[in-house]
Design a protein. Sequence first.
Length: 433
Amino acid sequence: MDYPQFRKLEGAPNLYAIEGPKHVTEWQPLGTGKWVVHQHYASDYPRYQWVTELLQGDEPVCTLTVEGWHRLLNEREVVSEETAPGRIPGAPVQASWKDEAAVGPLTTFGATAHAHCLAEVATDAEVRWALQDRAALPLMVLGGGSNVLMHRDWKGRMLHMNIRGVQKIADDGNAIEVVVGAGDSWHDWVMHALDEGWNGLENLALIPGSVGASPMQNIGAYGVEVKDRFAWLEAIHRETGALERFDAERCAFGYRDSVFKQAEKDKWVIVRVAFRLDRSAPLNTQYGAIQTELESRGWDRGTTHRQVAEAVMAIRQSKLPDPSEVGNAGSFFKNPVVSQAVFERIQSDHPEVAHYPAPGGKVKLAAGWLIDRAGWKGYRRGTCGVHDRQALVLVNYGGATGAEVWALALDIMEDVEAKYGVRLEPEVNQVGL
Ligand code: EPU
Protein backbone atom coordinates (compact mmCIF):
# COMPACT_ATOMS: atom_id res chain seq x y z
CA MET A 1 0.00 0.00 0.00
CA ASP A 2 1.74 3.18 -1.18
CA TYR A 3 -0.83 5.71 0.08
CA PRO A 4 -1.54 7.75 2.09
CA GLN A 5 1.86 9.20 2.97
CA PHE A 6 2.41 11.96 5.48
CA ARG A 7 4.71 14.95 5.13
CA LYS A 8 5.52 18.20 6.94
CA LEU A 9 7.30 21.33 5.83
CA GLU A 10 10.65 21.86 7.61
CA GLY A 11 10.50 25.00 9.74
CA ALA A 12 6.75 25.46 9.20
CA PRO A 13 3.77 23.70 10.74
CA ASN A 14 1.97 22.80 7.45
CA LEU A 15 1.00 19.13 7.24
CA TYR A 16 0.29 17.11 4.11
CA ALA A 17 -1.42 13.78 3.52
CA ILE A 18 -0.60 12.50 0.05
CA GLU A 19 -3.65 10.45 -0.83
CA GLY A 20 -2.65 9.42 -4.33
CA PRO A 21 -0.41 10.59 -7.19
CA LYS A 22 -2.80 13.46 -7.91
CA HIS A 23 -4.39 14.29 -4.58
CA VAL A 24 -2.99 16.02 -1.49
CA THR A 25 -4.82 17.20 1.63
CA GLU A 26 -3.09 20.14 3.34
CA TRP A 27 -3.56 21.38 6.91
CA GLN A 28 -2.56 25.04 7.05
CA PRO A 29 -2.14 26.81 10.42
CA LEU A 30 -4.53 29.61 11.32
CA GLY A 31 -3.36 31.73 14.26
CA THR A 32 -1.85 29.67 17.05
CA GLY A 33 -4.42 26.95 17.66
CA LYS A 34 -6.29 26.18 14.48
CA TRP A 35 -6.06 24.36 11.14
CA VAL A 36 -7.68 25.17 7.85
CA VAL A 37 -7.86 22.16 5.51
CA HIS A 38 -7.44 22.33 1.74
CA GLN A 39 -7.81 19.64 -0.91
CA HIS A 40 -5.39 19.90 -3.83
CA TYR A 41 -6.17 18.03 -7.05
CA ALA A 42 -3.20 17.90 -9.36
CA SER A 43 -4.83 18.21 -12.74
CA ASP A 44 -1.95 19.89 -14.58
CA TYR A 45 1.82 19.66 -14.82
CA PRO A 46 3.09 22.11 -12.13
CA ARG A 47 0.78 20.68 -9.47
CA TYR A 48 1.53 17.12 -10.54
CA GLN A 49 5.23 17.90 -10.15
CA TRP A 50 4.55 19.40 -6.69
CA VAL A 51 2.96 16.11 -5.55
CA THR A 52 5.94 14.18 -6.92
CA GLU A 53 8.33 16.40 -4.96
CA LEU A 54 6.29 16.03 -1.78
CA LEU A 55 6.38 12.25 -2.29
CA GLN A 56 10.16 12.25 -2.70
CA GLY A 57 10.30 13.85 0.75
CA ASP A 58 13.53 15.80 0.07
CA GLU A 59 14.16 19.08 1.89
CA PRO A 60 12.30 21.29 2.72
CA VAL A 61 9.87 18.44 3.33
CA CYS A 62 10.15 15.70 5.94
CA THR A 63 8.37 12.35 6.10
CA LEU A 64 6.13 11.54 9.07
CA THR A 65 4.77 8.28 10.37
CA VAL A 66 0.99 8.14 10.78
CA GLU A 67 1.49 8.39 14.56
CA GLY A 68 3.81 11.43 14.25
CA TRP A 69 1.36 13.05 11.88
CA HIS A 70 -1.56 12.47 14.28
CA ARG A 71 0.42 13.95 17.18
CA LEU A 72 1.05 17.18 15.25
CA LEU A 73 -2.51 17.27 13.88
CA ASN A 74 -3.97 17.02 17.40
CA GLU A 75 -2.03 20.09 18.56
CA ARG A 76 -4.57 22.30 16.80
CA GLU A 77 -8.26 22.31 16.19
CA VAL A 78 -9.66 21.95 12.66
CA VAL A 79 -11.93 24.94 12.02
CA SER A 80 -12.79 24.64 8.38
CA GLU A 81 -12.73 21.39 6.58
CA GLU A 82 -13.03 21.09 2.85
CA THR A 83 -13.82 17.50 3.46
CA ALA A 84 -16.28 14.91 2.22
CA PRO A 85 -18.04 11.89 3.73
CA GLY A 86 -15.45 9.44 5.01
CA ARG A 87 -12.36 11.37 3.92
CA ILE A 88 -10.17 11.65 7.02
CA PRO A 89 -6.70 10.42 6.04
CA GLY A 90 -5.17 8.17 8.67
CA ALA A 91 -8.30 8.20 10.88
CA PRO A 92 -8.31 5.48 13.57
CA VAL A 93 -9.65 2.17 12.29
CA GLN A 94 -12.60 0.76 14.20
CA ALA A 95 -13.61 -1.90 11.68
CA SER A 96 -12.92 -5.59 12.28
CA TRP A 97 -13.48 -8.89 10.50
CA LYS A 98 -16.44 -11.07 11.27
CA ASP A 99 -15.64 -14.68 10.37
CA GLU A 100 -18.01 -16.93 8.41
CA ALA A 101 -20.62 -14.19 8.12
CA ALA A 102 -23.99 -14.83 6.47
CA VAL A 103 -24.15 -12.47 3.49
CA GLY A 104 -27.45 -13.58 1.88
CA PRO A 105 -29.36 -11.03 4.00
CA LEU A 106 -27.05 -8.26 2.71
CA THR A 107 -28.28 -8.92 -0.83
CA THR A 108 -31.79 -8.19 -2.12
CA PHE A 109 -31.95 -11.57 -3.91
CA GLY A 110 -31.33 -13.24 -0.56
CA ALA A 111 -29.73 -16.44 -1.93
CA THR A 112 -28.02 -18.16 1.01
CA ALA A 113 -24.24 -17.64 1.16
CA HIS A 114 -21.44 -16.93 3.61
CA ALA A 115 -18.28 -14.89 3.34
CA HIS A 116 -15.07 -16.27 4.85
CA CYS A 117 -14.77 -12.89 6.56
CA LEU A 118 -16.74 -9.67 6.35
CA ALA A 119 -15.95 -6.10 7.46
CA GLU A 120 -18.11 -2.98 7.41
CA VAL A 121 -16.04 0.04 6.40
CA ALA A 122 -17.13 3.60 7.16
CA THR A 123 -14.09 5.72 6.22
CA ASP A 124 -11.34 5.79 3.60
CA ALA A 125 -8.92 4.70 6.32
CA GLU A 126 -11.03 1.62 7.04
CA VAL A 127 -11.20 0.81 3.32
CA ARG A 128 -7.38 0.92 3.16
CA TRP A 129 -7.11 -1.21 6.29
CA ALA A 130 -9.44 -3.84 4.78
CA LEU A 131 -7.45 -3.78 1.53
CA GLN A 132 -4.19 -4.51 3.37
CA ASP A 133 -5.34 -6.89 6.08
CA ARG A 134 -5.51 -10.66 5.31
CA ALA A 135 -4.27 -9.62 1.89
CA ALA A 136 -3.74 -13.19 0.70
CA LEU A 137 -7.52 -13.69 0.49
CA PRO A 138 -9.49 -12.50 -2.56
CA LEU A 139 -11.59 -9.40 -2.02
CA MET A 140 -15.16 -8.58 -2.94
CA VAL A 141 -16.88 -5.24 -2.37
CA LEU A 142 -20.58 -5.23 -1.57
CA GLY A 143 -22.68 -2.08 -1.66
CA GLY A 144 -26.47 -2.26 -1.37
CA GLY A 145 -26.38 -5.87 -2.59
CA SER A 146 -29.18 -5.17 -5.05
CA ASN A 147 -27.43 -6.34 -8.17
CA VAL A 148 -25.73 -9.58 -7.15
CA LEU A 149 -26.62 -13.23 -7.19
CA MET A 150 -24.42 -15.33 -4.90
CA HIS A 151 -23.82 -18.77 -6.43
CA ARG A 152 -21.80 -20.12 -3.53
CA ASP A 153 -19.95 -19.05 -0.40
CA TRP A 154 -17.32 -16.37 -0.95
CA LYS A 155 -14.01 -17.87 0.17
CA GLY A 156 -12.36 -14.52 0.73
CA ARG A 157 -12.75 -11.11 2.33
CA MET A 158 -15.96 -9.18 1.79
CA LEU A 159 -15.96 -5.44 2.32
CA HIS A 160 -19.38 -4.00 3.03
CA MET A 161 -19.35 -0.33 2.06
CA ASN A 162 -20.78 1.90 4.77
CA ILE A 163 -19.29 5.36 4.09
CA ARG A 164 -22.24 7.70 4.64
CA GLY A 165 -23.10 11.36 4.54
CA VAL A 166 -24.23 14.13 2.23
CA GLN A 167 -22.23 17.32 1.80
CA LYS A 168 -23.03 20.27 -0.45
CA ILE A 169 -19.84 21.70 -1.89
CA ALA A 170 -21.09 24.33 -4.36
CA ASP A 171 -24.28 26.33 -4.82
CA ASP A 172 -24.79 29.24 -7.19
CA GLY A 173 -28.43 29.70 -6.20
CA ASN A 174 -29.60 27.32 -8.88
CA ALA A 175 -27.01 24.62 -9.61
CA ILE A 176 -25.72 22.56 -6.70
CA GLU A 177 -22.80 20.15 -6.42
CA VAL A 178 -23.22 17.54 -3.67
CA VAL A 179 -20.95 14.72 -2.51
CA VAL A 180 -22.58 11.57 -1.13
CA GLY A 181 -20.99 8.61 0.67
CA ALA A 182 -20.86 5.40 -1.39
CA GLY A 183 -22.64 3.48 1.39
CA ASP A 184 -25.74 5.66 1.48
CA SER A 185 -28.96 4.14 0.15
CA TRP A 186 -29.69 5.36 -3.37
CA HIS A 187 -33.40 5.94 -2.76
CA ASP A 188 -32.83 7.74 0.57
CA TRP A 189 -30.39 10.05 -1.21
CA VAL A 190 -32.88 10.78 -4.01
CA MET A 191 -35.56 11.63 -1.40
CA HIS A 192 -33.12 13.78 0.59
CA ALA A 193 -32.19 15.70 -2.57
CA LEU A 194 -35.88 16.30 -3.37
CA ASP A 195 -36.50 17.53 0.21
CA GLU A 196 -33.70 20.07 -0.28
CA GLY A 197 -35.09 21.16 -3.66
CA TRP A 198 -32.08 19.66 -5.48
CA ASN A 199 -33.71 18.28 -8.59
CA GLY A 200 -32.76 16.03 -11.47
CA LEU A 201 -32.77 12.55 -9.92
CA GLU A 202 -36.55 12.20 -9.43
CA ASN A 203 -36.96 9.64 -12.26
CA LEU A 204 -34.50 7.38 -10.45
CA ALA A 205 -36.57 7.14 -7.25
CA LEU A 206 -37.00 3.72 -5.62
CA ILE A 207 -34.10 2.03 -7.41
CA PRO A 208 -32.70 -0.36 -4.81
CA GLY A 209 -28.97 -0.27 -4.07
CA SER A 210 -26.29 2.09 -2.86
CA VAL A 211 -24.93 5.40 -4.10
CA GLY A 212 -21.51 3.85 -4.75
CA ALA A 213 -22.94 1.23 -7.08
CA SER A 214 -24.97 3.74 -9.10
CA PRO A 215 -22.18 4.91 -11.46
CA MET A 216 -20.70 1.43 -11.71
CA GLN A 217 -23.55 0.25 -13.90
CA ASN A 218 -24.87 3.72 -14.77
CA ILE A 219 -28.30 2.96 -13.29
CA GLY A 220 -31.21 4.26 -15.30
CA ALA A 221 -34.97 4.35 -15.43
CA TYR A 222 -37.76 6.33 -17.10
CA GLY A 223 -35.56 8.21 -19.52
CA VAL A 224 -32.81 9.28 -17.07
CA GLU A 225 -29.44 7.72 -16.26
CA VAL A 226 -27.04 8.50 -13.43
CA LYS A 227 -24.54 9.86 -15.96
CA ASP A 228 -26.95 12.75 -16.68
CA ARG A 229 -26.40 14.12 -13.15
CA PHE A 230 -22.95 12.75 -12.38
CA ALA A 231 -20.14 15.20 -11.51
CA TRP A 232 -17.27 12.95 -10.37
CA LEU A 233 -16.47 10.10 -8.04
CA GLU A 234 -13.55 9.21 -5.83
CA ALA A 235 -12.20 5.69 -5.60
CA ILE A 236 -9.35 3.97 -3.78
CA HIS A 237 -7.04 1.75 -5.78
CA ARG A 238 -7.14 -1.77 -4.38
CA GLU A 239 -3.38 -2.33 -4.61
CA THR A 240 -1.72 1.05 -4.02
CA GLY A 241 -4.37 2.65 -1.76
CA ALA A 242 -4.27 5.76 -3.99
CA LEU A 243 -7.36 7.94 -3.89
CA GLU A 244 -8.24 9.20 -7.36
CA ARG A 245 -10.99 11.21 -8.98
CA PHE A 246 -12.89 9.98 -12.00
CA ASP A 247 -14.82 12.47 -14.10
CA ALA A 248 -17.60 11.35 -16.44
CA GLU A 249 -15.21 10.91 -19.37
CA ARG A 250 -12.91 8.62 -17.37
CA CYS A 251 -15.95 6.61 -16.22
CA ALA A 252 -16.81 5.80 -19.88
CA PHE A 253 -20.53 5.43 -19.17
CA GLY A 254 -22.69 3.29 -21.44
CA TYR A 255 -26.04 1.48 -21.14
CA ARG A 256 -25.78 -0.19 -17.68
CA ASP A 257 -22.04 0.05 -18.15
CA SER A 258 -18.91 1.95 -17.10
CA VAL A 259 -15.14 1.53 -17.01
CA PHE A 260 -15.64 -0.21 -13.61
CA LYS A 261 -17.28 -3.13 -15.42
CA GLN A 262 -14.67 -3.08 -18.21
CA ALA A 263 -10.97 -2.07 -18.18
CA GLU A 264 -10.94 -1.04 -14.49
CA LYS A 265 -13.03 -3.97 -13.23
CA ASP A 266 -12.09 -5.04 -9.67
CA LYS A 267 -9.32 -2.44 -9.43
CA TRP A 268 -11.03 0.25 -7.34
CA VAL A 269 -13.30 0.78 -4.36
CA ILE A 270 -15.69 3.67 -5.00
CA VAL A 271 -15.90 5.72 -1.78
CA ARG A 272 -18.09 8.71 -2.72
CA VAL A 273 -19.95 10.19 -5.66
CA ALA A 274 -20.64 13.84 -6.50
CA PHE A 275 -23.75 14.95 -8.38
CA ARG A 276 -24.66 18.17 -10.21
CA LEU A 277 -28.27 19.00 -9.48
CA ASP A 278 -30.43 21.90 -10.37
CA ARG A 279 -33.26 23.70 -8.53
CA SER A 280 -34.96 24.37 -11.88
CA ALA A 281 -34.06 21.06 -13.57
CA PRO A 282 -36.28 20.30 -16.57
CA LEU A 283 -38.90 17.62 -15.88
CA ASN A 284 -38.52 14.31 -17.73
CA THR A 285 -42.08 13.14 -18.23
CA GLN A 286 -41.87 12.04 -21.86
CA TYR A 287 -41.55 8.37 -20.85
CA GLY A 288 -45.09 7.11 -21.63
CA ALA A 289 -46.01 5.55 -18.32
CA ILE A 290 -45.08 8.69 -16.35
CA GLN A 291 -47.34 10.97 -18.36
CA THR A 292 -50.26 8.54 -18.00
CA GLU A 293 -49.66 8.20 -14.26
CA LEU A 294 -49.50 12.00 -13.79
CA GLU A 295 -52.71 12.47 -15.78
CA SER A 296 -54.53 9.77 -13.80
CA ARG A 297 -53.73 11.77 -10.64
CA GLY A 298 -54.68 15.12 -12.18
CA TRP A 299 -51.03 16.25 -11.85
CA ASP A 300 -50.37 16.94 -15.50
CA ARG A 301 -50.40 20.74 -15.14
CA GLY A 302 -47.72 22.57 -13.17
CA THR A 303 -46.14 19.22 -12.34
CA THR A 304 -43.48 19.30 -9.60
CA HIS A 305 -40.30 17.22 -9.34
CA ARG A 306 -41.76 15.54 -6.25
CA GLN A 307 -44.86 14.51 -8.24
CA VAL A 308 -42.68 12.96 -10.94
CA ALA A 309 -40.88 10.97 -8.21
CA GLU A 310 -44.20 9.83 -6.80
CA ALA A 311 -45.45 8.78 -10.24
CA VAL A 312 -42.23 6.82 -10.82
CA MET A 313 -42.57 5.16 -7.41
CA ALA A 314 -46.16 4.19 -8.13
CA ILE A 315 -45.23 2.69 -11.51
CA ARG A 316 -42.32 0.78 -10.04
CA GLN A 317 -44.43 -0.51 -7.15
CA SER A 318 -47.11 -1.69 -9.56
CA LYS A 319 -44.66 -3.66 -11.73
CA LEU A 320 -41.61 -4.57 -9.67
CA PRO A 321 -41.55 -6.83 -6.62
CA ASP A 322 -40.51 -5.22 -3.32
CA PRO A 323 -37.21 -6.87 -2.30
CA SER A 324 -38.25 -6.71 1.36
CA GLU A 325 -41.17 -9.02 0.48
CA VAL A 326 -39.83 -11.23 -2.29
CA GLY A 327 -36.14 -11.55 -3.09
CA ASN A 328 -35.06 -10.11 -6.46
CA ALA A 329 -32.38 -7.94 -8.06
CA GLY A 330 -34.46 -5.82 -10.42
CA SER A 331 -33.97 -6.55 -14.12
CA PHE A 332 -32.10 -9.85 -14.27
CA PHE A 333 -31.23 -9.35 -17.95
CA LYS A 334 -30.08 -6.38 -20.01
CA ASN A 335 -32.19 -5.22 -22.89
CA PRO A 336 -30.25 -6.62 -25.88
CA VAL A 337 -28.92 -4.14 -28.43
CA VAL A 338 -28.99 -5.60 -31.96
CA SER A 339 -28.18 -4.46 -35.49
CA GLN A 340 -30.87 -2.99 -37.74
CA ALA A 341 -30.74 -6.16 -39.86
CA VAL A 342 -31.38 -8.47 -36.89
CA PHE A 343 -34.17 -6.19 -35.72
CA GLU A 344 -35.85 -6.22 -39.14
CA ARG A 345 -35.70 -10.00 -39.24
CA ILE A 346 -37.41 -10.25 -35.82
CA GLN A 347 -39.92 -7.52 -36.66
CA SER A 348 -40.98 -9.25 -39.88
CA ASP A 349 -42.07 -12.29 -37.81
CA HIS A 350 -43.29 -10.26 -34.79
CA PRO A 351 -44.44 -6.81 -35.96
CA GLU A 352 -45.39 -5.79 -32.42
CA VAL A 353 -41.90 -6.38 -30.88
CA ALA A 354 -41.13 -3.66 -28.28
CA HIS A 355 -38.00 -1.71 -29.26
CA TYR A 356 -36.18 1.63 -28.92
CA PRO A 357 -33.52 3.35 -31.02
CA ALA A 358 -29.97 2.82 -29.68
CA PRO A 359 -26.71 4.68 -30.47
CA GLY A 360 -24.88 3.84 -33.70
CA GLY A 361 -28.02 3.05 -35.71
CA LYS A 362 -28.68 -0.04 -33.57
CA VAL A 363 -31.93 -1.12 -31.95
CA LYS A 364 -32.56 -1.97 -28.29
CA LEU A 365 -35.11 -4.74 -27.81
CA ALA A 366 -37.17 -5.09 -24.63
CA ALA A 367 -35.93 -8.30 -23.00
CA GLY A 368 -39.08 -8.27 -20.84
CA TRP A 369 -41.19 -8.44 -23.99
CA LEU A 370 -39.14 -11.32 -25.47
CA ILE A 371 -39.31 -13.35 -22.22
CA ASP A 372 -43.00 -12.56 -21.78
CA ARG A 373 -43.90 -13.61 -25.35
CA ALA A 374 -41.78 -16.74 -25.00
CA GLY A 375 -44.26 -17.70 -22.27
CA TRP A 376 -42.17 -17.34 -19.11
CA LYS A 377 -43.98 -14.53 -17.30
CA GLY A 378 -45.28 -15.76 -13.93
CA TYR A 379 -43.56 -19.16 -14.38
CA ARG A 380 -42.56 -20.74 -11.06
CA ARG A 381 -40.04 -23.54 -10.48
CA GLY A 382 -39.83 -24.50 -6.80
CA THR A 383 -38.12 -21.73 -4.87
CA CYS A 384 -37.70 -19.29 -7.76
CA GLY A 385 -39.50 -17.96 -10.78
CA VAL A 386 -40.26 -15.15 -13.20
CA HIS A 387 -42.19 -12.20 -11.75
CA ASP A 388 -45.84 -12.17 -12.84
CA ARG A 389 -45.94 -8.43 -13.61
CA GLN A 390 -42.49 -7.91 -15.19
CA ALA A 391 -40.86 -10.80 -17.04
CA LEU A 392 -37.41 -9.19 -16.81
CA VAL A 393 -37.27 -9.85 -13.07
CA LEU A 394 -36.41 -13.23 -11.55
CA VAL A 395 -37.60 -13.77 -7.99
CA ASN A 396 -36.64 -15.85 -4.97
CA TYR A 397 -39.80 -17.12 -3.30
CA GLY A 398 -37.73 -18.22 -0.31
CA GLY A 399 -34.70 -20.43 0.06
CA ALA A 400 -33.57 -20.32 -3.58
CA THR A 401 -29.90 -21.04 -4.19
CA GLY A 402 -27.85 -19.17 -6.77
CA ALA A 403 -27.58 -22.42 -8.76
CA GLU A 404 -31.38 -22.83 -8.93
CA VAL A 405 -31.89 -19.25 -10.12
CA TRP A 406 -29.10 -19.63 -12.66
CA ALA A 407 -30.55 -22.87 -14.03
CA LEU A 408 -33.81 -21.02 -14.65
CA ALA A 409 -31.98 -18.04 -16.20
CA LEU A 410 -30.12 -20.38 -18.60
CA ASP A 411 -33.36 -22.07 -19.68
CA ILE A 412 -34.88 -18.65 -20.40
CA MET A 413 -31.79 -17.53 -22.32
CA GLU A 414 -31.78 -20.69 -24.44
CA ASP A 415 -35.51 -20.50 -25.15
CA VAL A 416 -35.38 -16.82 -26.15
CA GLU A 417 -32.39 -17.54 -28.38
CA ALA A 418 -34.19 -20.46 -30.02
CA LYS A 419 -37.34 -18.40 -30.62
CA TYR A 420 -35.88 -15.01 -31.59
CA GLY A 421 -32.21 -15.64 -32.39
CA VAL A 422 -31.09 -13.17 -29.68
CA ARG A 423 -28.85 -14.16 -26.78
CA LEU A 424 -29.82 -12.39 -23.54
CA GLU A 425 -27.08 -11.30 -21.15
CA PRO A 426 -27.53 -11.10 -17.40
CA GLU A 427 -27.49 -7.60 -15.96
CA VAL A 428 -27.03 -8.87 -12.40
CA ASN A 429 -23.46 -9.65 -11.25
CA GLN A 430 -22.99 -13.39 -10.86
CA VAL A 431 -20.66 -14.12 -7.94
CA GLY A 432 -18.95 -17.51 -7.79
CA LEU A 433 -20.43 -18.81 -11.04
N1 EPU B 1 -42.77 -5.81 -21.55
C1 EPU B 1 -43.61 -6.88 -21.77
N2 EPU B 1 -43.71 -7.82 -20.79
C2 EPU B 1 -43.02 -7.74 -19.61
C3 EPU B 1 -42.17 -6.64 -19.40
C4 EPU B 1 -42.05 -5.69 -20.38
O1 EPU B 1 -44.23 -6.99 -22.81
O2 EPU B 1 -43.18 -8.63 -18.77
C5 EPU B 1 -42.69 -4.77 -22.59
C6 EPU B 1 -43.42 -3.51 -22.10
O3 EPU B 1 -44.76 -3.54 -22.42
C7 EPU B 1 -42.68 -2.44 -22.84
C8 EPU B 1 -41.26 -2.97 -22.94
O4 EPU B 1 -41.34 -4.37 -22.76
O5 EPU B 1 -43.19 -2.28 -24.13
C9 EPU B 1 -40.33 -2.34 -21.93
O6 EPU B 1 -40.77 -2.57 -20.61
P1 EPU B 1 -40.56 -1.49 -19.43
O7 EPU B 1 -40.92 -0.13 -19.86
O8 EPU B 1 -41.17 -2.07 -18.23
O9 EPU B 1 -38.99 -1.39 -19.22
P2 EPU B 1 -37.88 -2.47 -19.31
O10 EPU B 1 -37.15 -2.39 -20.58
O11 EPU B 1 -38.47 -3.78 -18.95
C10 EPU B 1 -36.03 -0.94 -18.25
C11 EPU B 1 -34.97 -1.10 -17.20
C12 EPU B 1 -35.57 -0.98 -15.81
C13 EPU B 1 -36.23 0.37 -15.68
C14 EPU B 1 -37.30 0.49 -16.79
C15 EPU B 1 -37.95 1.83 -16.80
C16 EPU B 1 -33.25 -2.53 -18.14
C17 EPU B 1 -32.63 -3.88 -18.15
N3 EPU B 1 -34.30 -2.38 -17.36
O12 EPU B 1 -36.92 -2.04 -18.09
O13 EPU B 1 -34.48 -1.05 -14.89
O14 EPU B 1 -36.82 0.53 -14.41
O15 EPU B 1 -36.69 0.30 -18.07
O16 EPU B 1 -37.10 2.80 -17.34
O17 EPU B 1 -32.75 -1.63 -18.82
C18 EPU B 1 -33.22 -2.47 -13.45
O18 EPU B 1 -32.23 -2.16 -14.11
O19 EPU B 1 -33.16 -3.26 -12.48
C19 EPU B 1 -34.53 -1.95 -13.84
C20 EPU B 1 -35.64 -2.31 -13.22
